[in-house]
Design a protein around this ligand. Structure first.
Ligand code: NCD
Length: 308
């Protein structure tokens, strides 16, 4: 197994499948009365969050605790970061405390890669700027595999604000490694030129959601990331919802078996309507549950749990 997990592209098909298979075993722990394994007893996992997060932060915390690791939660608010301490000095502090793994979320693309040079432990990228979010891609792949039985040959539409989405980037890389076909769908202003070819050859781009829907097994809606937009990428929220939002009538254009995903947090009424988000096709809550098992598998395998 690799030492750090920084990108969806760090994993070949065997390594990714090993994580998904291990996650399936971890999921059985969640069904037990005592949801704990001794695998990482005595190891220290630091959650280093420089950006707001609900799902990712708590699921990494739950994952590390279910493996009996000692967990230190660090959020930039309330730390010496607000006094201007650099990422490097913070890293050296973590190093001095003997962190075996550092889970990092940071607004700057590339921050986890820098961190990996400064600490001896494993670094897990929990979202860096608009760049990557590999454990989200793994939990998405896990969810697709458990709902649809396979990944190879699946047709997946990733819809919306691709430009600002680390979820989209990591998913394109991982899904193409695992043999799925990805189509990026959205307004031209939110799909960077050449992104498909640059990330993974074979990835398609479409600006027309209605024509893409009848041919997909999975539709993954992305949040419109207004906090990262310093320009106007579409005329109005209403116009965006009308062309690229997934509502009931559009959902009914999907094949019978197709599922609807969203990484959360959702802008209900913008990229997805409540009717769709709360429908039986939606895997949104399942994705959160699966996130804990997948992160348990990642921490376990990166920290060499299988070699001890
Ligand atoms: C995403 C993120 O923060 O990258 N959410 C998540 O981790 N579940 C997507 C988003 O913020 O839109």
């Amino acid at each position: 197994m690799i030492k750090h997990l920084l990108s969806g592209g760090d994993l070949d098909a065997d390594a990714a499948t090993e994580i998904l298979d291990t996650a399936a075993e971890m999921a059985t722990v969640a069904g037990r009365e005592i949801k704990k394994l001794p695998a990482l007893r005595g190891r220290t996992v630091v959650n280093l969050f420089y950006e707001d997060s609900t799902r990712t932060r708590i699921s990494f915390e739950a994952a590390a605790k279910r493996l009996s690791a000692d967990v230190i939660n660090f959020s930039a608010k309330g730390s010496s970061v607000t006094k201007g301490e650099s990422l490097k000095d913070t890293a050296l502090t973590l190093q001095a405390m003997g962190a075996d793994a550092v889970v990092v979320r940071h607004p700057a693309s590339g921050a986890p890669h820098r961190l990996a040079n400064w600490v001896d432990g494993s670094v897990v990228n929990a979202g860096d700027g608009t760049h990557e979010h590999p454990t989200q891609a793994l939990l998405d792949a896990y969810t697709m595999r458990s709902r649809l039985g396979r990944l190879a040959g699946l047709s997946v539409a990733v819809v919306g604000d691709v430009l600002h989405s680390r979820v989209a980037r990591s998913n394109v890389l991982l899904l193409s490694t695992l043999g799925a076909k990805v189509t990026l769908v959205g307004p031209p202003t939110l799909i960077p030129v050449d992104i498909a070819a640059a990330l993974a050859p074979g990835t398609d781009v479409s600006y027309d959601l209605d024509s893409a829907l009848p041919n997909v097994d999975v539709v993954m809606m992305l949040r419109v990331q207004r906090e990262r937009m310093n320009d106007s990428y579409f005329p109005s929220a209403r116009e965006y919802a009308r062309r690229y939002g997934l509502d009931g009538p559009r959902m009914r254009r999907l094949p019978e078996h197709a599922i609807v995903m969203h990484p959360g947090p959702m802008n209900r009424g913008m990229e997805i309507t409540p009717e769709v988000a709360d429908s039986p096709r939606s895997t949104i809550v399942e994705q959160v549950t699966n996130g804990v098992s997948v992160r348990m598998a990642v921490l376990y395998l990166l920290l060499g749990g299988n070699n001890r």
